[in-house]
Write a protein that binds this ligand. Structure first.
Ligand SMILES: Nc1ncnc2c1ncn2[C@@H]1O[C@H](COP(=O)(O)OP(=O)(O)O)[C@@H](O)[C@H]1O
Ligand SMILES: O=C(O)C1=C[C@@H](OP(=O)(O)O)[C@@H](O)[C@H](O)C1
Ligand SMILES: [Mg+2]
Length: 178
């Protein structure tokens, strides 16, 4: 399984805490692709962390940077790209992701997403009095959008990153054979 060559780009979508960044980095390693994370690229280009960008430019400013970054990165070949959870809200992003690569939706329950994100202060949209409720509201809106763009849906609840990777590689091999 290690080092398996699979063609094209893999794009990871899903809610905050789904594991896009973590699983994406590991997937790039085993599939021999270059890893990018839109949030990390935006941070390194601006020299500012996501919460600061939200504070200075608002969510709208961040979303403008996000769509520009997705356009730029998705033009590359043979990459794994972890998107931010809100990327699918923009129809332009959905069209690009569908067109330029194989889209993997990492799904998780709201309870699990909450447990994975509640100690992290770097997600400005969850810095509210009731982050679990916020996640629930986002899930309602976004789950259909993730499904709309996905070529593959993987349930990540109660699955370790290691076992997810094995499931993922098996599924990707099957898809590559088709
Ligand atoms: N399958 C998993 N099981 C348990 N914890 C996970 C899993 N995937 C990711 N995590 C943890 O959840 C947190 C959020 O993961 P991250 O990769 O940043 O998610 P995302 O990029 O989708 O917001 C991290 O602390 C990560 O280690
Ligand atoms: O869901 C969202 O709207 C966001 C998700 C974050 O990325 P992760 O999904 O990697 O946490 C980051 O892009 C920003 O805080 C907004
Ligand atoms: Mg991430």
């Amino acid at each position: 399984m290690l080092g398996m060559k699979l063609p094209g780009n893999f794009f990871l979508v899903g809610m905050m805490g789904a594991g896009k960044t973590t699983v994406g980095r590991a997937l790039a390693k085993v599939s021999g692709k270059v890893f990018y994370d839109t949030d990390h690229e935006i941070e390194s280009r601006t020299g500012a962390k996501i919460p600061i960008i939200f504070e200075v430019e608002g969510e709208a400013g961040f979303r403008r940077r996000e769509v520009a970054m997705i356009k730029e990165l998705s033009a590359q070949k043979n990459i794994v790209l972890a998107t931010g959870g809100g990327a699918v809200l923009n129809p332009a992003n959905r069209a690009i992701l569908r067109r330029e690569g194989f889209v993997i939706y990492l799904r998780a329950s709201v309870d699990e997403l909450y447990l994975r994100t509640c100690h992290d202060k770097n997600r400005p949209l969850l810095q509210t009095e009731n982050p679990r409720q916020r996640l629930r509201e986002f899930y309602e809106i976004r789950d259909p959008l993730y499904c709309e763009v996905a070529d593959l849906v993987i349930d990540t609840s109660r699955q370790s990153v290691h076992s997810l990777l094995q499931v993922l590689m098996k599924e990707l091999e099957l898809h590559a054979d088709r």
